[in-house]
Design a protein around this ligand. Structure first.
Ligand code: SF4
Length: 414
């Protein structure tokens, strides 16, 4: 690679990349492909360390992959966090942990993981459970679609595969809810197979190790990362190296301020050598989340309020909430009884709002809810309509209660 040219054609496992400097050579802060050749042949810097002058790398280099693997294995053995799902090789437990860890912090997952496995200790128990009890066990963890898909996946494995979680990424990907990353995680961690796994953390580590400056090649879906991840896993114990890559991204090669001084792969890291570790990956443009102002209506009668099950599709699908209705952007003081009737179909006498109270704020990935709790007194005796149920303070419907609902109930004293 040191004698590299400005235009390089590389290929791995049927994927080919044309590698060009991402901006003009003169503008690059570190050594470029062209300059490297000149420096090396000029002799003045020929004795500089390889890593200090090495160009960005995309083509799979088994020698370099071995270098990474040799550094990562012992480091992981010495520095890994003690996490419950790392003490097992049971593929079902690892599957559960990987689904829970998607978009969720490790500290949040710990207790859910323990309780979930206590309740559903194996794939057969989960397959036999009804969806309500699965959602109940998931309550508060968010992204409930994951729970539904995990449940569907368990039913598939139990019904179609005799309860055996498959060992290969290819077979795992046929299970509902298991995507490319999760398949790689289960196959490598549970079965010690060199099946790659690349999420945002691993993509960031590899982008820096290889000094990939092109934002289009920095994400978890870039073929270059999957090729390299496989090569690294093939260079040692896949079980150890898969977790080591994830751990390095989570604890050392962090998005902001990577701790290169503590990094086992620093001697081989191209971005560090070029001084670009803080510039890779390029910052993403995020669109601002949209804000939604809603009334959360507690339809009340004799100390009890009505909970409503949300539709089976969409945000918080099938979970229990209070009926919601839009609040006018101009700061409407309280909804009128006729508006409550129009939104819920239920006749109410009066609507009360605590004028001093701030709304309950809840942030989803792309939207923010500002919920204004209000209490509407229901006229007459009313049986709970289909999809609704009366609850007293401290009572909860069985099935999932999202955290946002708990926040509103707490505000209302329920
Ligand atoms: S040396 Fe720094 S930038 Fe490179 S992999 Fe390690 S922590 Fe990340």
């Amino acid at each position: 690679m040191l004698a590299g040219a400005c235009l390089h054609l590389g290929g791995t496992r049927g994927v080919r990349w044309i590698i060009r400097p991402s901006r003009p050579v003169a503008a690059r802060r570190g050594p470029s492909l062209c300059r490297v050749g000149a420096l090396a042949s000029g002799g003045a810097l020929a004795s500089a360390s390889i890593s200090a002058i090495a160009p960005p790398v995309r083509e799979i280099d088994p020698g370099l992959a071995r270098e990474f693997a040799r550094a990562l294995g012992p480091w992981f053995a010495a520095h890994q966090r003690d996490l419950e799902w790392r003490r097992t090789r049971d593929p079902y437990s690892i599957w559960v942990s990987e689904i829970m860890l998607q978009q969720t912090r490790v500290d949040t997952v710990r207790s859910y993981y323990r309780d979930f496995l206590r309740r559903f200790p194996d794939v057969g128990t989960l397959a036999a459970a009804d969806e309500e009890s699965v959602l109940q066990a998931w309550s508060g963890l968010g992204y409930y679609r994951r729970a539904r898909l995990l449940h569907r996946g368990a039913r598939y494995v139990y019904g179609e595969l005799g309860g055996e979680v498959p060992a290969t990424a290819e077979a795992l990907r046929k299970v509902p809810g298991i995507g490319r990353y999760t398949a790689g995680a289960i196959a490598s961690i549970a079965f010690d197979r060199p099946e790659p796994l690349v999420d945002g953390n691993v993509a960031r580590v590899l982008s820096r190790l290889l000094d990939i400056e092109d934002p289009k090649l920095q994400g978890a879906d870039a073929a270059v990362h999957w090729g390299w991840a496989r090569a690294i896993l093939e260079a040692g114990s896949p079980r150890v190296l898969a977790q080591a890559l994830m751990e390095l991204g989570a604890m050392v090669c962090t998005p902001k301020g990577p701790r290169c001084g503590e990094c086992p792969t620093q001697p081989s890291c191209r971005a560090k050598a070029a001084g670009r570790e803080s510039l890779i990956p390029a910052p993403k443009k995020r669109s601002a989340p949209t804000e939604h102002e809603l009334w959360a209506v507690a339809l009340a009668r004799r100390g009890r309020i009505l909970m409503e099950r949300r539709p089976a599709e969409g945000l918080l699908a099938s979970l229990w909430c209070l009926p919601l209705m839009p609040r006018a952007a101009d700061g409407q003081r309280r909804p009128r009884p006729a508006e409550v009737k129009a939104a819920t179909g239920i006749q109410v006498r009066t609507v009360k709002v605590d004028a001093e109270a701030e709304p309950v704020r809840h942030v989803f990935s792309h939207r923010v809810w500002k919920l204004w709790p209000c209490t509407a007194a229901v006229v007459g005796d009313l049986e709970a309509p289909p999809g609704m149920m009366w609850i007293a303070a401290g009572e909860r419907p069985s099935g999932g209660i999202p955290r946002v609902t708990e926040k509103v109930l707490a505000r209302l004293g329920y």
